[in-house]
Design a protein around this ligand. Structure first.
Ligand SMILES: Cc1cc2nc3c(=O)[nH]c(=O)nc-3n(C[C@H](O)[C@H](O)[C@H](O)COP(=O)(O)OP(=O)(O)OC[C@H]3O[C@@H](n4cnc5c(N)ncnc54)[C@H](O)[C@@H]3O)c2cc1C
Ligand code: FES
Length: 272
């Protein structure tokens, strides 16, 4: 299910492309070595421009997709939203320039199990790892009819990757806060309604904490397994700074750390 950090690599890697796919959202493709061949959806990388002095710390991003050639991974994508100085600096990166990358890191989604149907829930930029997850399931022999994506955003400009899921043939349920696309409600509403008729074996979710809390509550209420990917603040990405603590549901150890124990957690592991 996971990689350990000792297997991970620090590299100086070339940007292959970096495009603004929607206002304020970029997709960057980065060349990589064979260590990414076994990368799992939900794992992440820490990235910073080479020679970048501010901000000094790398920023964490989910692996969004793998770029394959002849069965070998030659690059990976990150999908990111401009938030502050780090993501702004990345957005200025041009093809051919270099970035400093640490990864793949963390524990990804566990996709092994007797799943006949899965629901994925994305809030905003939380869709990033779910593209990799959907493709991973389909490489494992899943058909698109077994997967439903519930995707919500503030507005239509915050709904990313819809065309990728449509091309894969995955069923979509779309909501926006302002009603500019799909139904005007929170994405957890159609999720809860759908579960009254048909229950999947598992939910996979990534998005803002209030959405994850609600997805976790829905999963408990319906007795469905659930894995959530948490986007805490991270300084080091490898267990040194303890800045990514998440409250542990098991009282033996008060905190888990998102960079090492996550960022993907089972619903019963953590208190959000
Ligand atoms: C495991 C993991 C995977 C992630 N994957 C993605 C991804 O695929 N795509 C993507 O766009 N982002 C992702 N993020 C979030 C991303 O790392 C942050 O948006 C980024 O670090 C912001 O850096 P910045 O320098 O631009 O902003 P900063 O200057 O660091 O922050 C600007 C403001 O945003 C707040 N902020 C920063 N990061 C977060 C956060 N994680 N949660 C809440 N508030 C925050 C800060 O408090 C500050 O107020 C991920 C985070 C984690 C931990
Ligand atoms: S980010 Fe430093 S310990 Fe997790």
């Amino acid at each position: 299910m996971t990689r350990t950090h000792t297997e991970s690599r620090l590299s100086t890697s070339q940007i292959l492309s970096n495009r603004e796919i929607c206002p304020g959202y970029f997709r960057m493709r980065i060349a990589c070595g064979q260590v990414y061949q076994d990368a799992l959806p939900g794992q992440f990388v820490m990235v910073r421009g080479v020679g970048q002095t501010f901000p000094i710390l790398r920023r964490p991003f989910s692996i969004h997709d793998l770029n394959m050639e002849g069965g070998r991974v030659i690059g990976f994508d990150i999908l990111y939203k401009i938030i502050g100085k780090g993501t702004e600096a990345l957005s200025r990166g041009r093809a051919g320039e270099m970035v400093d990358v640490l990864g793949p890191l963390g524990r990804g989604f566990s996709t092994r199990g007797d799943f006949r149907r899965v629901h994925m829930v994305a809030g905003g930029i939380g869709v990033a790892p779910l593209v990799f997850l959907a493709k991973h399931f389909m490489r494992q022999g899943f058909s698109s009819s077994q997967i439903t994506l519930f995707i919500g955003g503030r507005s239509c400009g915050d709904l990313l990757c819809l065309e990728i899921f449509q091309d894969l043939g995955i069923q979509l349920k779309v909501t926006t806060d302002d009603g500019s696309a799909g139904s005007q409600c929170l994405i957890t509403q159609p999720l809860a309604e759908t579960l009254k008729q048909q229950k999947p074996e598992i939910l996979f979710a990534c998005g803002p904490v209030p959405m994850l809390r609600e997805v976790m509550a829905i999963s408990r209420k319906n007795g469905i397994a659930c894995q959530v990917s948490i986007e805490t603040m991270m300084a080091c990405g490898m267990g040194a700074c303890l800045g990514c603590a998440v409250e542990n549901r098991d009282s033996k150890e008060k905190y888990l750390h998102a960079c090492m124990d996550g960022p993907v957690f089972e619903v019963g592991q953590i208190i959000l």
